[in-house]
Design a protein around this ligand. Structure first.
Ligand code: SF4
Length: 380
């Protein structure tokens, strides 16, 4: 069974979509086993002309067909390993497919199985808001002392702007190294769109909270005075991940009560107090590695998207126990929009020589976004 969703796309996302088509009737209500067989047959027919990338937050019925699984950083790096592939089907969300198009070779086409798979965090930083922010920093005479760094979870227009201003892009895997890179260049960093990743990372690097301010893009001058910005080393954009802000410090207290000796590991997109209460934090790749390499008998509570947590729990059982920090599990509903039905549809179309749901980044945005993404890939 599949569910169709109305797409929620911002103007930037719309601009990078060449053609949007709804899921055809024939792909609704297909039995899972039939879809699995047909996806496997289409993959075999396309051979090495096709690469399927799957983000860790994808559902099981989709990710099992991925040639590479990983977080944003790992998947972005994997593109260079397939210069002969013509089609890269990105089972993830919109900004990831955009980045893939920027990094791909000219002959390669990037396909997002469901164009409605966006990211609420990326939507929290619109290009006109960033332009206004930069103009206001210039008006205050501060822009020349600021380097912008955007999390990869942002629209390509944001990445392009940041690249043009001499800034960079980071992922949760290299956020600390990226901030260090930024402070080597300028005395202040404007970090967007996720305030929590910026705050948590900088705090772990030794930056006190009183050297950080939050820029609210809905307020003139971010709702800040010149003095406040002058004193800050880090200007945090007021954005967040709607999945990771659902984790709370109270949940950590509860799992510690229920499972004495449990270790709590969270993604750095969680709020500051949650990160403080946890034992460890890091990218999804770091979470996977930490749990996999822990001794037998370990018990873990993991604070990130529920599909990753469930798969990890199955993988390490019975030697180790993994539970979701949120007992109901935090689901990324936009990642969930990529269904096996959509995957089958786009693969069938490729077998027939048709490209549907292609993501095409405008050339004028590609240049600076690529410079910024290349910087990201070089910073570990
Ligand atoms: S988990 Fe959060 S940041 Fe990641 S795609 Fe979903 S909404 Fe965006």
């Amino acid at each position: 069974m599949t569910t169709t969703f109305l797409p929620v796309l911002n103007e930037v996302e719309k601009a990078s979509i060449r053609e949007r088509q709804p899921l055809p009737e024939a792909y609704l209500n297909l039995p899972d086993d039939e879809m699995a067989l047909r996806i496997a047959a289409a993959r075999a027919a396309l051979g090495d002309r096709l690469v399927i990338l799957g983000h860790h937050y994808q559902r099981d019925e989709v990710i099992r067909f991925a040639d590479h699984t990983g977080d944003s950083f790992k998947l972005a790096r994997s593109i260079a390993r397939h210069p002969r592939a013509d089609y890269i089907v990105f089972c993830g969300v919109h900004f990831m497919a955009e980045s893939a198009d920027v990094l791909a070779l000219p002959h390669q086409k990037i396909i997002l199985p469901d164009l409605a798979a966006g990211c609420s965090m990326a939507d929290m930083a619109a290009p006109d808001q960033l332009e206004t922010c930069w103009a206001e920093l210039q008006q205050l005479g501060l822009a020349s002392r600021v380097v912008p760094i955007t999390y990869i979870n942002s629209a390509v227009s944001i990445k392009s702007f940041v690249g043009e201003q001499g800034g960079g892009i980071c992922t949760s895997a290299n956020a600390a190294a990226s901030l260090a890179w930024g402070w080597q260049r300028k005395e202040k960093i404007l970090f967007l769109p996720d305030q929590h990743l910026g705050r948590n990372t900088a705090w772990r690097m030794g930056v006190p909270l009183d050297r950080m301010v939050v820029w609210d893009p809905h307020e003139p001058f971010g709702g800040l005075t010149r003095n406040q910005i002058e004193r800050a080393s880090l200007i945090l954009w007021k954005g967040h991940c709607s999945v990771h802000v659902r984790f709370t410090a109270a949940q950590i207290e509860q799992v510690r009560r229920e499972h004495p000796g449990i270790r709590v590991i969270v993604h750095p997109e969680v709020p500051f107090d949650v990160l403080q209460a946890a034992d460890d934090s890091g990218s999804t790749e770091h979470i996977l590695k930490s749990v996999r390499e822990s001794p037998a008998g370990s018990i873990w509570a993991v604070g990130t998207e529920v599909h990753l947590v469930h798969r990890l729990a199955e993988e390490v059982a019975p030697a180790k126990t993994v539970v979701s920090l949120d007992r109901f599990g935090c689901l990324c509903s936009t990642m969930f929009r990529v269904s096996p039905n959509h995957l089958l549809w786009v693969l069938d179309a490729l077998v027939d020589g048709e490209v549907v749901n292609e993501i095409v980044v405008p050339d004028e945005q590609k240049k600076w976004a690529k410079i910024a993404l290349d910087r990201m890939l070089s910073i570990h």
